[in-house]
Design a protein around this ligand. Sequence first.
Ligand code: FES
Ligand code: FES
Length: 923
Amino acid sequence: MTQQSIHFTLNGKATDVTVNPVQRLADVLRENLHLIGTKIGCNAGDCGACTILFDGRQACSCMISAAQADGRDIVTVEGLMEENRDGAAQLSKLQQAFHDHGAAQCGICTPGMLMASHDLLTRVNEPSEQDVLDALGGVLCRCTGYRKIVDAVLSVGRGQPMPAESGNEVVGSRIQKVDGIGKLTGTERYGADSWPSDCLVLRAVRSPHHHARFSFGDFTALHAAYPGLVKVLTAADITGQNVYGVYPTGKDQPVFAEGYVRYRGEAICALVGDAETITAIKEEDVPIQWEKLPALHGVTAALDPAAVQLHGACPGNILVEGRLASGNVDAALAKSALVRSDRFQTAFVEHAYIEPEAGYARRVGDRLEIFATTQTPYMDRDEIALIMGLPLERVRIIPSAVGGGFGGKLDLSLQPMIATAAWLLNRPVRCTYSRPESMASTTKRHPAAIEVAVGVSKDGKLSAVRFHGDFNTGAYASWGPTVANRVPVHAMGPYSVPAVRCTSRAIYTNDTPAGAFRGFGVPQAAIALETILDDLAEELGLCPFEFRYVNALDKGSVTASGQKLEASVGLRACLDALRPQWQQLKREAAEFNQTSRHLRRGVGVGCGWYGIGNTSLANPSIMRIGIARDGRITLYSGALDIGQGSNTIMMQICADALGVPLSAITLITGDTDLTPDAGKTSASRQTFVSGTALRLAAEDLRRQILRLANVGEPARFSLDGQAIKVSDGTIEHIVDLSRLPTVTDQSDVLVGEGRFDPPTTPLDANGQGVPYATYSFSAQIALVEVDIDLGTTKVLRIGAAADVGRAINPTQVEGQLHGGVAQGLGLALMEEYIPGRTENLHDYLIPTIGDVPPIDTYIIEDREPLGPFGAKGIGEPALVPTAPAILNAIRHATGARITQVPATPDRLRAALRALQPSKVAAQ
Ligand code: FES
Ligand code: FES
């Protein structure tokens, strides 16, 4: 291959490098120069993660060839640091502002955001908000909802750094992310950022067909044509079980398909060799014979009695059914003063984390190590052990930093393939999915076909909800059972309803597998229910906001599953907080509409609730704190931070629970050899479940210290080198750590451990029981502007309130609300994954910085007695009400009821055309 020597200035230094001239500059920076701060999210100019300064202006380095870089001036995130007066490196003002404002969550977009912001601030001293939106419009962020990024850039322009907080309390304060610096400087190691020097590269070969049989030919010619190809891995190479899945009794997905594929994108084999060869191999050179079969797309096709059975164990293609029933629904609906019903359809939604799946595996003696992006290291370890046929203790998962997950990294992806290759070849093997590969092969939000009927009495009280949802779980089960079981519990919304029948089914099809995605089906159900609630309010002449308030669950309410809510039920407090803004926005919209013809404004409201953790299943977390002989405190946390901030939250809880400063604690996180099992990062559970386990670990450690000092509560202790000073108010006792024996491999002499499994009960056949120990509540209002000629919708403002029990870190709670709103906006207005058609970030649209409006947040703290310092969860509740609020706002603006999301311009125009002309004008 042609090689060329190129010369450029890189972060102020003259740089020479010999490369293939057509190599992408992003690749040169990362692979040849090891500057891994420049990220690759798409390699197609769509995401902006690779943004650098190129001759002083922002540019996507994935779209610049190495030859074009010759003679140029290049700055990457590694070149942003400044020197302080003593000549030491420190964060630039811009990086510091990102840190202070909480503008980086997972951090994978942060280098690109920083470079685009730096470009702007170099050109414009004090940029306006519109300047920021324009300058950062090419960089996508899936976590933050952009608003804190905007605030950070504006604060630098205005020369207004965020004031430092005072006070000793750690819980409740807005401390910066404890793992934030690496995200801001480009030193954080994501799945694609680390690899042993002698690594081979793996690329999966995937089905181009939705449903097909296949067979392999002879690979001899392939090896001859590509001498750098070391091995073609197939199902025959799997050393244990060629099947995986999240439920022990429902494993149905092969690592490599065995002669039969059920979806486009399914892996059938993998090519392993040197990087150049693996990139060069053409798929048509791999000898595969295909026999295409008719495919079942969507649940209607799969439920047809004549449809082929995709999995023998599931007749009718029905994977699982869920049900909750209380009261006599049919009688209650018949007696209701008013009943409204309709059908709704939602789409596949792609997680679109900016970091594609990536990692490496290696054999270390008789053990296997996997460094990869994941949300669930312990589940990965257990699954890999089964696939490899190895005992658990011979598998170690070392999670990389995670560049966004949202549920999509709860399933295995590349891990079994790199593990098998590394094991068999006794060489490290790495793999990074391309963006189209990531989108085609990994799970999505379930499309839902929903029918709902809601009854109400004359006085505006809900009397009955009948709900049925069919969820397209695609080719494999993944988290389909979780969705089918969670939806019936939540489908009547956070309201008191005396008669309920909610049923659900997860249906196998030949579509991309659907799995976990922020809300596990609850956001889809909320779209249907909340639309019908507005129908009823309109018909009864009630304010939709007050209609919800009257029916809201409250302390002492009994849910449809028969659970009495004893504490921490803050929905009405959320609505109280939002009410002044609701009234204000309604006035503004009415005023605007008086003089506007084709632009119409409207305001909508939506509410949500979310059971924290697994539905009626064991859901334990174990946390551990150690004190070493030198007085060093280590928090061993298996609660994986995927950008949502659990590292910081756990450190805050640990510091206050022990009564020591944050700086006294070192954090070790995620590594299955070093940390106990804290369960998966999903279902908004880590703060509540692992946070409580951590509080118990701190109490355990404290008890041991007091016992060693021979004092009782309420003695206080402090650390002073190798001594713990314990004071009971009169005498100071010294615990000499140097005299204690070491009890762990990490040199700890004292270890406190806590385990917490939220108290739930199994649900009976009618879904009666205690599915969750606690619930978070949320409500949102949206102001939208609809162009009734074009069918476009612009969201102008969001008010987002959430009862989180206690905000351990308000900045992070706001960040979760912002991120949830942005994803909810995408769900409502633009996101629709179509297998085979929208497998890149050019055709699949997610909200950009210009799409997310100002968001006013209202944090409600109705303390949860079981939670750490009263905290519950926020990740998923942040998203549930957004789409309903936006859709109801569209209806308020135009009269158009949206029953299929996303509400794209064509669908909205069709809904508008279906209206009487007078109704549009009258809104
Ligand atoms: S990686 Fe360059 S734009 Fe996405
Ligand atoms: S912080 Fe922007 S993608 Fe995660």
